[in-house]
Ligand binder design. Sequence first.
Ligand code: PMP
Length: 401
Amino acid sequence: SWANVPAGPPDPILGISEAFKADKSPRKINLGVGAYRDEHGKPYVLQTVKKAEEAIRDQIPDKEYLPITGLPEFTARAALLAYGADSDPLTRGAISVTQSISGTGALRIGGAFLARHYPHAKAIYLPTPTWGNHIPLFRDSGLEVRSYRYFDKENVSLDFEGLKSDLLSAPEGSVVLLHACAHNPTGIDPTPEQWAIISDVVKEKKLFPFFDMAYQGFASGDIARDAFAVRHFVAQGHQVALAQSFAKNMGLYGERTGAFSLTVADPEEKARVDSQLKIIIRPMYSNPPAHGARIASTILGDTALYSQWESEVKGMAERIITMREKIYSLLTHDLKTPGEWGHIKSQIGMFSFTGLKPDQTKAMAEKAHIYMTADGRISMAGLNAGNVQYFAESVDAVVRG
Ligand code: PMP
């Protein structure tokens, strides 16, 4: 029996939600979990998702299984969204793609495929810090997890020299995981010029780039701009692996909608790679859920819905950007909070690394009922016009001690 099974530690992020739920204060704010909230702090279902669901309800009468690699029109449209219409491998039929259980499942299929078929070193380099789940996920996929420097704590900025030097000293053939945009948890991305240098280093050292793109459109509000890094690498002749999620940019969190793809040499190689993706997926979960893929596919495949969706994504991204500006101006100009807060404004995407220390984040929870991860990361989406002033005043109070 299970007498010797030790109790594991609670999940560091989902644990915060529990503490939040137990808090009785009406002022409480949950900045732990990375799910978008509207200006009233409520979960948000996109209008385009509602429209797509109506169309699906009318057109699709059954609940039959999808193929192992998912809904073909969905995966084709997902690849088009990521790589762009003028992508060379896309136009040559040289992208192997499968539907996945959202971004997490895409990363896991990729990890398993590399562990089984990548002929080089089985080490994957992850940025420090990275999304917490990357580490156990790739370890459980059968890869050896190593790290490269990413964050400069002192200056709350990208440690570009550290990043370059760590990638330059990685053994040839290593896999390197890159956050395509809106790096989680820091909110700090390389500039286009820095991406070009990273691409050169990856090429020179013969590393294999694996992009995690969980926030396309959500970072800047612009689909193409957020895909810059992926498209640049592909244009530079790299073969890449890519994990896509529609959790954030379509708000499809619980529908588990995503895609994993690999650029390959040609259609013949694609056929072989496709067959091995099926061999990995079939014993894992047989085939993916249909509903979210139908929603995403309907939106991506319809000109009017697509352009409405683009403006909805932009709306979410802009609301977050407005909150960043508001916090910055409250702390810097109104409250004159000690310290430098420019990073809150310049960081990108759902999260911000505030620079608050663990004892300060603890004080935020205990004194102000504001919950965030111990590393000082906040989900910007939890802030709105109704609570941002209170948030800034609470930060000011803990910083002053
Ligand atoms: N990668 C990163 C960097 C993320 O932040 C997330 C979501 N928090 C994911 C992948 C995967 O999310 P999902 O499985 O919900 O698509």
